[in-house]
Design a protein around this ligand. Structure first.
Ligand code: FEO
Length: 393
């Protein structure tokens, strides 16, 4: 398979994974995913990251389509997560003398994952490597998305090799640059990717954005999704907003239901909220893709959660979603809740504890025994109205 030339001396040698159904074995991939790898051909040859192990034949075929019998001198490992590093063994089998560039944390992971401890070139923040006409400067960007993550900047050509940052789900169907693709098709998957993969690490993402704030950028080469050129300001803006946990006006209602009674309650809450704003989304957490629900929750200011009490706890599908929200420490939200029960209810207590752990204001909560009546329906509609007013403020 042939490489794709991005500019003189720089080639895209990544691959598309159209087979995997769940990324990290939990996040659905309806549009697949790409593992991006880049080859710089200068006086020295450097490969930026590998691909996931099952795709190394394609990677090597693409490298050889450019290099022929010439060898790869350096492998830059910006990120050790196995979707990018599990191809290292296969690469070393073809290029045994390749020198691996990483930092002190990369070194430990290379040994731990692959038993590699030789021919590793350790770099620190600000170190520079000359490849001939190009120079790469290395920057440590820990926790975007693992502790060893680093990026490389080619100042002369204004290119950032950004590891997972600015990445998104979705395969690259015949082209790789944003200007050659319908790039807007990737933006919803960029949000879902950010929220579910990097969402916990808003602080480190902000530090990274500040680090590169003054750097001119003509090209961002991420490990997933399109190569960004013309639309760099827009995608940097998306990362800036998400990593500041800055929400848009609007309400997300996520509910669990066993027999439909709590679904009727959710409908009443949504009707109330809709009297105030059109930006209302309703999700049944047993049916919806929770990674998408989480992506929407991350983007909107208002959140309303509701479910039945189950075994003296929260209905499990909603509990799972609440755990996902909690570990991402989503900030600056207005919150309300509702619950149902048949003989003993715990939802008000559980929802209040949840708000407390999120450091959100104490929520308004409506709890209904068995099924909704005219009185509780109005209470639920008012709950929706009240929260929606705060969510568009
Ligand atoms: Fe695409 Fe954090 O690995």
């Amino acid at each position: 398979m042939k490489a794709i030339e991005l500019q003189d001396g720089l080639f895209y040698v990544g691959v598309n994974d159209r087979q995997k159904t769940l990324f990290e074995n939990m996040l659905p991939l309806p549009k697949g995913v790409s593992y991006n790898s880049y080859l710089i051909v200068d006086e020295k040859v450097l490969l930026v990251d590998t691909v996931e192990a099952p795709f190394t034949d394609q990677l090597i075929s693409k490298i050889q389509s450019v290099l022929g019998d010439r060898v790869v001198d350096y492998l830059l490992v910006n990120h050790m997560e196995p979707d990018h590093s599990s191809g290292i063994r296969a690469l070393k089998a073809i290029y045994p003398d390749v020198q691996i560039i990483g930092n002190v944390k990369t070194k430990g992971m290379l040994e731990g994952y692959y038993g590699l401890n030789e021919n590793i070139y350790e770099v620190k923040d600000g170190d520079v490597l000359s490849l001939g006409s190009r120079e790469l400067t290395f920057y440590m960007t820990p926790m975007v998305h693992w502790p060893e993550v680093m990026m490389a900047y080619d100042a002369k050509n204004e290119i950032l090799f950004s590891a997972d940052a600015f990445g998104c789900f979705g395969t690259l169907d015949g082209a790789v640059k944003d200007v050659d693709l319908h790039y807007k098709h990737y933006l919803s998957e960029m949000h879902r990717y950010y929220v579910n993969i990097v969402g916990k690490y808003g602080g480190p993402v902000q530090s990274t954005l500040k680090k590169f704030a003054g750097a001119p950028l003509k090209m961002i080469c991420s490990t997933h999704g399109p190569v960004w050129t013309k639309h760099i300001p827009e995608i940097v803006g998306i990362y800036d907003k998400l990593s500041k946990y800055e929400p848009k006006p609007g309400v997300v209602i996520a509910y669990g239901t066993m027999y439909g009674n709590t679904a009727e309650m959710a409908e009443a809450v949504a009707r109330g909220a809709h009297e105030i704003t059109k930006d209302v989304q309703l999700f049944d957490v047993s049916r919806a893709d929770q990674s998408e629900v989480l992506s929407q929750i991350f983007q909107y200011k208002g959140l309303i959660l509701g479910a039945p009490t189950y075994c003296n706890s929260i209905f499990p599908p909603l509990k799972t979603l609440m755990d996902k929200i909690e570990i991402r420490t989503i900030k600056n939200r207005v919150f309300a809740g509702f619950g149902s029960f048949t003989w003993a209810g715990v939802m008000p207590k559980k929802l209040k504890c949840f708000a407390e752990s999120m450091k959100w204001e104490e929520p308004s909560i409506v709890e209904v025994k068995q099924s909704m009546n005219n009185i509780t329906e109005e209470q639920l509609m008012e709950l929706g109205r009240e929260l929606a007013r705060k969510a568009i403020d």
